[in-house]
Design a protein around this ligand. Sequence first.
Ligand code: GLU
Length: 303
Amino acid sequence: MPSGRFAPSPTGDLHLGNLRTALVAWLRARTTGGTFAVRMEDLDTATARRDLGARQLDQLRAIGVDWDGPIVWQSDRRHAYDAAIASLVEAGLTYPCYCSRREIREAAAAPHGALPGGAYPGTCRSLTPGQRAERQAAGRPPALRLRAEGAVVTFDDLVVGTVTGAVDDLVLRRNDGTPAYNLAVVVDDAWQAIDEVVRGDDLLDSTPRQVHLAGLLGLHVPRYAHVPLVLGPTGARLAKRDGAVTLDDLAVQGQDADAVRTRLAVSLGLARPGEVPTTADLLERFDLAQVPRSAWTVAAADL
Ligand code: GLU
């Protein structure tokens, strides 16, 4: 039985874009007879909070998304990420990186052959022991990076098709000690036996990294389905500043959660405007292959 998941970062209320992705992931799991998990990606304690996660769960329930089993909070699973990182260190596949954000931004801005935009070009990969000691003495705590060794990964995305991407020397542990997103997501998708990851296509660029990492850790690689994002009136990814985008905002405008769900269903081609589809209608009509291939742009007049 396939199992899917939705893995929000509990940093604020879910907006139309998050809710639409959650609905697609849930419909996919439920129409394939699969289980559905919700995982709170709350490792970044500067922005993530349990109370915000609890609100997100209410928002999911309000649009009819339910889940199986307990919610997994990544902040409870540091030991699992530490163990995975330790095994990569043990295998000699890591190195400390002393670059500042600015140095990384500047280095990443230059073209680097096959690597995707924003990729880390490996500045600290071949520091001599002396250079390392010098940086250590300067007091800047290092991040820990993977030696990707030029890996190139190909996978078949259920929505996007065949994707090939080069893997950069991604961060495993940030310099504040927090396990990095790419590491935690791979460890947890395997631990929760997720075999289908349905998520926004903003994460498509990170997927080769995750497939590679799973391989190195000897973990099962799920199938992926990256669905187009929701865009705001400016053509950029929908954001809170665009206007009425959360259930609370929309309720103030007279759109209750059912109305929002209908709106999402219409955007997915699962209902006609004006019709109020039931959950049974949505389940009957949903087909991943029919999910629109282009982004849904929300007009300014609708916000
Ligand atoms: N927590 C990530 C986010 O909210 C999503 C992780 C994933 O679906 O792989 O962007």
